[in-house]
Design a protein around this ligand. Structure first.
Ligand SMILES: CCCCCCCC/C=C\CCCCCC(=O)SCCNC(=O)CCNC(=O)[C@H](O)C(C)(C)COP(=O)(O)OP(=O)(O)OC[C@H]1O[C@@H](n2cnc3c(N)ncnc32)[C@H](O)[C@@H]1OP(=O)(O)O
Ligand SMILES: Cc1cc2nc3c(=O)[nH]c(=O)nc-3n(C[C@H](O)[C@H](O)[C@H](O)COP(=O)(O)OP(=O)(O)OC[C@H]3O[C@@H](n4cnc5c(N)ncnc54)[C@H](O)[C@@H]3O)c2cc1C
Length: 662
């Protein structure tokens, strides 16, 4: 990243109050991990096999699909040649493929994890190695044209035939066509297909089946399978999200992924410990989206904060030079909450990963008690973090004015990729309602005297009655308690409202629907409170030098105070916080914005995002925005010729005939 640096940006870095490298080390788990990650990335960045292609935004869909597929296949070759370990694999792939997710990425993201999570030991033996070596390429085919959210409503059937010991995979209707799975359209030759299992005349609900969909010889669709690409999307067009229809396709019994549920050769169905274990791969993927949300927001903040130090506009004081736009408080108010949220989500993602490992570890030993909490936490965090990230990227985009709207900024692509995470792997409203469902259950249990534990323990500990007295609104403990109080009150209110509706004669389902806006808000408040608490605990307990702790404390305060002032009504509702508290929070917020201003560039630098990952002229490490903006525009295909061919085809004859009429 060396080279002549824009002097404004250089000055920002000189003036930071802490050592950026120390914070980077904290984010990535230590100096050695940072060194290793940079080294692995450098292997990809310096490899000529990955350079030379045009900027993806100037490519056609077909060029993009081919170019990213070629790159992805090169990564497979290089991973072997360079002996890239399992631990470094995603770093290497992300660096090599940062221009867009290729079709075969779903083999890595969803197909292999599904085999790992749903397959028996023999099934893993059979399919894992070929999938890892890419002898087979797989999609995760669950969503159908008619149903994505409601998995129980899927229409594809897998009917067991004991006479041949096969399942018959069938798409009975147009709406049962598998629709959306990444890599299904053109790339994959296998798919794990979610289908309603029928055996001995009974339906046992959705289960996963391994289905070969294309010939391993010539890639043509297997008999009875109809396949294709679903067409261009808002973003992610290097990926061939596809469709598939099955016409009585037979697969061996052994192709049902049978780690949890089983079908015996005679057709007897053996129940899993929990029917929801068939969804374990979704829980895992949702958990990984939390870090994706953190990284996407980190990228957007990096771009917008660096640019805001390079960009000078207007006059703050008459006659004085134009200020850096980051000196405007309104600009800080747009950007610093996004920066703080990126840090908060980064630490929440870390907690999510630990929690997933710990609870799935217990589940492996037969203890299913953590399953409901794991599902509620992963669904809620996925929903909350991706929603904030998506909105936050657009705030960053708008904060960059006109240049933010150009693809040169990298922000439009970041937004349209990031926002897909609000829908994929469980639509956000639906996911938040799953968290609400868990919270209502916990609330009812706490009402009947049960002591709650884990992330919901506070629901029984926090008193719903108003608390009076002066508060120090800058204190992290005070802020955490306020968030917990707000969440507990909102959960209580939603649950009691539901009870009232039922007492009035509504069914449980109707009462749920008529309270679902309240329930969503309560669940969001719960997740928000968790993120605040986790951020505060991390800041207070992490081993790090004091200057780093100080800046993280300010960032955590900002995240909390921003939440309190933006949702002031929730905190005031029962008088827990007073108008004076909210006023104090607003004043403190202004003070923290000013306090963070000199450290803003160092805080985004600490994310350690290489220019080759950012794909942004505005967010360049060296801040040389204008010259590169000019160079970037020269690459526009419209600039290939001085006079475009459309002039000769359309404009010239039109102008000529108009002139003739004069
Ligand atoms: C710049 C950005 C960076 C980009 C980085 C790139 C990252 C990768 C990007 C793209 C990859 C895209 C991959 C996308 C792949 C997919 O989308 S695959 C398809 C995903 N589909 C879904 O997620 C479907 C969502 N729907 C569901 O999960 C369920 O149907 C439902 C939870 C909505 C309802 O399930 P249902 O079976 O109807 O259950 P209920 O009757 O409602 O509930 C019964 C009880 O079970 C509990 N439960 C539900 N799910 C789970 C679970 N997974 N685990 C544990 N428990 C579960 C539910 O809460 C009920 O509990 P109670 O009865 O006790 O209340
Ligand atoms: C980029 C991308 C990649 C994808 N990749 C894959 C893949 O690899 N494999 C795969 O199988 N699928 C994939 N999908 C599909 C994805 O998982 C689904 O689109 C997603 O789960 C949402 O389901 P849906 O489309 O049915 O939305 P819908 O459920 O139809 O949502 C529409 C609206 O209805 C509302 N709604 C629905 N149910 C309820 C409810 N119970 N209560 C309240 N509101 C409700 C939602 O909140 C939303 O506002 C992908 C999707 C995208 C966008």
């Amino acid at each position: 990243m060396a080279g002549q640096v824009n002097p404004d940006l250089a000055k920002e870095r000189e003036n930071a109050s802490f050592n950026t490298q120390k914070l980077t080390n904290l984010l990535y788990g230590g100096a050695e991990k940072v060194r290793r990650r940079r080294y692995i990335e450098s292997l990809a960045f310096s490899d000529p096999a990955y350079s030379g292609d045009e900027d993806p935004v100037f490519m056609s869909r077909e060029e993009l699909y081919s170019s990213q597929l070629k790159r992805a296949l090169t990564t497979v070759q290089r991973v072997k040649e360079l002996n890239i370990t399992e631990e470094d694999l995603s770093t290497y792939r992300n660096a090599a493929l940062s221009g867009g997710m290729p079709g075969l990425a779903l083999t890595w993201i969803a197909f292999i994890p599904t085999i790992l999570q749903q397959g028996t030991e023999e099934q893993k033996q059979k399919w894992l190695k070929p999938a890892q070596d890419l002898s087979i390429v797989g999609a995760y085919a669950q969503t159908e044209m008619g149903h994505g959210t409601f998995v129980r409503g899927l229409e594809t059937t897998a009917t067991y035939d004991p006479s041949t010991q096969e399942f018959v995979i069938h798409s009975p209707t147009l709406t049962s066509t598998k629709w959306w799975p990444g890599g299904l359209g053109k790339t994959s030759n296998y798919a794990t297909v979610m289908a309603q299992l029928y055996t001995q005349g009974k339906c046992y609900g959705p289960h996963n089946f391994m289905v070969q969909i294309r010939s391993l010889e010539d890639h043509t669709p297997c008999p009875g399978v109809t396949l294709g690409d679903i067409g261009p999307k808002m973003e992610g067009n290097a990926n061939d999200n596809g469709f598939a229809r099955f016409d009585h396709v037979r697969i061996p019994r052994e192709n049902m992924l049978m780690k949890f549920a089983r079908v015996e050769p005679d057709g007897t169905y053996v129940q899993p410990a929990s029917s929801k274990l068939a969804y374990s791969n979704m829980v895992y993927l949702r958990g990984t989206f939390v870090m994706s949300a953190a990284q996407a927001l980190a990228s957007a903040s990096t771009i917008a904060v660096r640019y805001s130090c390079v960009r000078r506009q207007s006059e703050m004081k008459p006659g004085e030079p134009e200020p850096q736009i980051l000196d405007y408080q309104t600009q800080q108010y747009k950007l610093f909450p996004q920066l703080a949220a990126a840090y908060a989500f980064w630490f929440a993602a870390r907690f999510m990963t630990q929690q997933h490992a710990s609870i799935t570890g217990s589940m492996e030993k037969g203890d299913m008690s953590g399953l409901a909490e794991l599902h509620a936490l992963s669904a809620g965090l996925k929903s909350y973090t991706t929603a904030v990230m998506s909105a936050g990227i657009d705030v960053c985009r708008m904060s960059c004015g006109g240049h933010g709207y150009s693809h040169a900024s990298g922000l439009p692509a970041l937004f349209s990729t990031g926002t897909s995470l609000c829908t994929a792997e469980g639509e956000n409203t639906v996911m938040m309602l799953q968290t609400a469902r868990y919270l209502v259950k916990c609330f009812v249990q706490s009402q009947s005297g049960k002591t709650l534990s884990g992330t919901v323990a506070y629901l029984s500990a926090v008193q719903p009655s108003p608390v009076s007295g002066e508060r120090n609104m800058s204190d992290l403990g005070t802020q955490v308690t306020a968030f917990q109080h707000r969440a507990a009150r909102m959960v209580r209110h939603a649950a009691l409202q539901m009870q009232t509706e039922m007492q009035k004669g509504k069914s449980r389902e109707d009462a749920w629907n008529s309270c679902s806006v309240l329930l969503i808000k309560a669940a969001q408040a719960h997740v928000h409170s968790f993120v605040v608490r986790n951020f505060a605990e991390t800041v207070q307990t992490v081993e790090v030098e004091e200057s780093v702790r100080a800046v993280l404390t300010s960032l955590c305060q900002l995240y909390s105070l921003h939440g309190i002032t933006e949702h002031a009504g929730d905190f005031l509702m029962d008088g827990y916080l007073t108008g004076r508290d909210i006023d104090a929070a607003s004043s403190l917020l202004s003070a923290v914005l000013a306090q963070l201003r000199p450290d803003a560039v160092a805080l985004v630098d600490a994310f350690d995002l290489h220019d080759k990952m950012l794909h942004s002229v505005l967010g360049r490490y060296d801040g040389r925005v204008y010259e590169h903006l000019y160079q970037w525009a020269q690459k526009s295909p419209l600039n290939k010729t001085e006079v475009h061919e459309s002039y000769y085809k359309y404009l010239q004859p039109f102008l000529k005939s108009n002139r003739a009429k004069l």
